[in-house]
Design a protein around this ligand. Structure first.
Ligand SMILES: *Cc1c(COP(=O)(O)O)cnc(C)c1O
Length: 384
């Protein structure tokens, strides 16, 4: 959709709000599915990136499984059409209540992050007379070369079970009657754009699978998580990530056992580019050194720039004047409430409409009511 058509369409809607391009979502999802199917891989969409009902319904219809990190996400996934048999459930702090919900729904795997968790799932499954299928989440000690807050595969992170613990864990699992180990799970981080990281990951997984063979364990499933990064700088030129090269890396570098099924958990790369935060300019404030654009959207609507110093491209949908440099900031009483510094955009005036791009992942889901602001609403290209 061109900026002018978009601007025409959304003029009457109260800002700030999320706008989702459903056509782009479907195209992206289809590209991922098509490339994964070439090798018989299954993709579980990671709900934590965006758990909006409409988006989930689109993705469940297209054949994705789901990756959840809370019982509420599992319930939401099931409500939106994902089959529980294709739901993986990760998280370092699964509570009894959450585990019971997942046991009742009979999900694909509990991706277990520690020995006490495995013992607890066994105990709760026994109470229900059930056997829980589990994966053990391995901490592979691989550096994802991404922001420290979204690196998860290093020994110093809180996630997963490290190699020196394998012996103890395997011995313990053999003694437990109500869990069934069917999968190894590894997830090293998010917004990974250096494809070498995935090659390294494959090599580590090959080594880890060998170690498990020494214990006489060959599992029917392997789950290598998600983390594929997107191009925040060029959302139009690279609106769909190169899924072909991504899956090819795994097919070339990963040694699967005969009949072993490979699973992925992609979030950001499926939904990030289809979403924008649309916001209106409340004031333009010209300082001595810089000019500020003050928007009605704030860090409570989109926290990524404040939390991770993340870059989002920002466009003025209503101005065609020459470009100028601005700091673009929200209205919230915190200096971290800043969307961009020295961003070049068309000369802006009060009332203009801006699109903060690539906000479909970790945007709406992280919105809060900080400062007693209202939660942003969502609108969709095929409904307005
Ligand atoms: C967050 C997360 C994902 C998805 O990561 P993306 O970077 O959005 O692809 C997958 N698996 C697990 C366990 C996660 O925590």
């Amino acid at each position: 959709m061109s900026n002018t058509t978009l601007a025409e369409k959304i003029k009457k809607i109260q800002t700030p709000f999320y706008f989702y391009d459903i056509e782009l979502l479907k195209k992206t999802a289809q590209a991922a599915i098509t490339e994964a199917e070439k090798y018989g891989y299954e993709i579980h969409y990671a709900l934590k990136a965006n758990s909006n009902h409409k988006i989930l319904k689109v993705l469940s219809k297209m054949g994705f499984g789901a990756d959840c990190v809370s019982a509420n996400e599992i319930i939401r996934a099931a409500e939106c059409g994902f089959s529980p048999k294709h739901i993986a459930y990760a998280g370092v702090g699964k509570t009894d209540k959450e585990i019971n919900t997942a046991l009742d729904l009979e999900i694909f795997t509990f991706n277990c992050e520690s020995l006490p968790e495995i013992e607890n799932i066994d105990k709760l499954a026994a109470k229900k007379g059930k056997i829980a299928d589990i994966a053990i989440r391995i901490n592979p000690n691989v550096d994802a070369h991404t922001h420290e807050y979204v690196t998860t595969g290093l020994e110093e992170n809180k996630f997963g079970i490290s190699e020196w613990q394998f012996n103890e864990v395997v011995e313990k699992i053999r003694l437990l009657n109500n869990i069934n180990l069917i999968c190894l799970h590894i997830h090293v981080g998010s917004q990974i754009t250096d494809m070498e990281v995935f090659k390294t990951l494959c090599k580590r997984v090959n080594e880890i699978q060998k170690t498990f063979e020494l214990f006489d364990i060959k599992l029917p499933h392997l789950n290598v998580g998600g983390g594929l990064g997107i191009d925040y700088q060029n959302p139009d030129a690279n609106s769909i990530v190169d899924f072909k090269s991504y899956f090819e890396i795994f097919s070339k570098n990963l040694n699967l056992h005969k009949g072993q099924k490979l699973h992925f958990e992609l979030g950001r790369s499926i939904v990030a580019q289809c979403g924008s935060l649309i916001t209106q300019v409340v004031y333009v404030k010209n300082g001595r050194q810089k000019s500020f654009i003050i928007t009605d959207g704030g860090m409570n609507d989109l926290i990524r720039p404040a939390l991770y110093h993340a870059y989002h491209k920002i466009e003025n949908l209503t101005s065609t004047k020459a470009e100028k440099k601005y700091d673009i900031v929200g209205p919230i009483c915190e200096s971290s409430d800043c969307f961009a510094k020295a961003e070049l955009i068309n000369e802006t005036q009060r009332g203009d409409i801006l699109a903060i791009r690539s906000a479909g992942a970790y945007g709406e889901v992280m919105a809060s009511q900080y400062n007693l602001r209202e939660l942003p609403k969502a609108y969709y290209s095929d409904e307005i």
